[in-house]
Write a new protein. Sequence first.
Length: 312
Amino acid sequence: MSAGAGCRVAEVLDDGTGATFPMLVMYPSPAPERPERVGPYDMSVAMDGPVEDGSFPLVVVSHGTGGSHLLYRTLAAHLARHGFVVALPEHPRNHRNDNALAGTHTILADRPRHLRAAIDWAYADGALGPRLAPRTVAVVGHSLGGYTALALAGGTPTAFGRETPDGQPRPVPVTPDARVKALVLLAPATPWFMAPGALRDVRVPILMFSAEKDEHAPLWHARIVERGVRDGTPIDHRTVANAGHYSFLAPFPPAIASPAFPPSQDPPGFDRAAFHEELNVEVEAFLHRVLLPRARAESAEASPGGDPTSYG
């Protein structure tokens, strides 16, 4: 299917701290898209438009440390136009305006909980909840967001001594979420999963991209995933030629792009805009391939005798 991209801004409660955090939500909508200003970016969306009829898988996007949920807006809009509800939470105290918890064991434990809260919010929402395929969620994670995705899907991370108050390595408490049925990992940061068996309980299909010229999460990070997951776990991994760590961020407008702002820069000769057109289609195809059969199965289990075929 192809619809317009509806868009809402939400506040989500982190029950671990009692604080709320902002989240952008994009979804299929029959309303016409219009130019809107969202943060510093111009987007074409149906702001607060109605939700399209149908049953749609949920995709949650986890940004990198010190980043922004809005940096994945073009992927989110593409997925929303093609049959997915996409939630983009901003991780509290680990984003561009407040990065106080960067490099701590606390944020390693908090981040997966933020995603669980985002998923709970979406299923409980009066407009979106009834349109979500039951128990069918994918997580897209970039950089530290890749860590977050793996942890929520069953990984058991260990914090380094430099990240803990007493200077000693310690297990990171994470509750896995069985609703997660697929992962998309973009230049994932993974050293917290080097202990034997740390990824053996991650058993969902994975689409993983590495950047050939990544200075922050080089290729060995992806190798941890390939070696760590249980044999038989489907992994589709490719290295993007000439890409850098930030090449997975949506292209920045000319007013923001500058050599003084590294996230807007790529290795010489890399065309970020053209790459994102390919990336969006590839992620969409993977999610349709692996999520829709699971969505139908979950729907049939939840409603025996119902019609599990009405998926966008």
